[in-house]
Write a protein that binds this ligand. Structure first.
Ligand SMILES: [Zn+2]
Length: 238
């Protein structure tokens, strides 16, 4: 099972072969561009097409290392040749959200020394949890403005691989306070030049200008040093 989205986030359509179907609805393909729910990024939706027949993909998850596509219509069987099509509007929005979250976490980390303790991206709004001593709304707003300033510079977002040993030498590579990389030899690195660098498995836009404008929707004080920011996106260059 080859995860095509790891090396090409912009792939919306692909051809694949059905490897297995369980309970008439859980489909595993030999390769896929569908992103499975995980790492704070929601799964893709879309369709698998066999000849002209469409099988809507309603959920995608990773189970025991395999990407499983849940289809809402039975009929697919092992060996079928299918074309997969991703709901691009949803995916691209999630890519913009994900890169925006990295941009913000880079700034929060560099400027305020904050560690990100959790995050959940979604189509309408995303949230980010972080450790920050003072709950200073103005300061948080300031960081969002700074993020928007940087987004205008149209910096490239690079995706590449490094051995775990090499990757662990990069300062700030693990910004998620509670997350250590899984037990693998090679790490996928997502880098916004000069702003943020993280080990990450998600899909990202290739340039910051695609994000548009980040808008702080709500800030919450979650007690002690835990803060929460909800943000949404406006505009954006497709
Ligand atoms: Zn990420």
């Amino acid at each position: 099972m080859v995860p095509l989205y790891m090396d090409d986030s912009y792939l919306r359509e692909f051809k694949a072969t059905v490897e297995s179907v369980k309970e008439h609805k859980y489909v595993v393909l030999d390769k896929t561009a569908f992103y499975p729910n995980g790492g704070g990024q929601p799964h893709d939706t879309g369709v698998l097409i066999r000849n002209l027949e469409e099988f809507p993909v309603v959920y995608v998850g990773k189970f025991s290392g395999q990407i499983s596509h849940e289809v809402s219509k039975p009929g697919l069987k092992e060996g079928d040749k299918v074309t997969g099509k991703i709901n691009w509007e949803r995916r691209h929005r999630l890519m913009r959200m994900h890169t925006a979250a990295h941009l913000l976490s880079g700034i929060f980390h560099t400027k305020l020394g904050a560690l990100i303790t959790g995050n959940q991206k979604d189509v309408e709004k995303s949230r980010m949890d972080f450790n920050l001593e003072d709950f200073d709304k103005e300061k948080i707003e300031e960081m969002v403005s700074l993020a928007n300033e940087i987004a205008k510079k149209d910096l490239p977002v690079k995706v590449y691989y490094k051995t775990k040993e090499e990757a662990m030498k990069i300062p700030g590579i693990i910004k998620l306070a509670n997350a250590l990389p899984p037990d693998i030899d090679e790490l996928r690195i997502v880098e916004i030049e000069g702003v943020d660098i993280q080990a990450d498995g998600g899909t990202h836009v290739k340039s910051l200008k695609e994000i548009g404008t980040i808008e702080a929707v709500k800030m919450e004080n979650k007690g002690k040093s835990n803060r929460r920011l909800y943000f949404t996106l406006r505009g954006g260059d497709l």
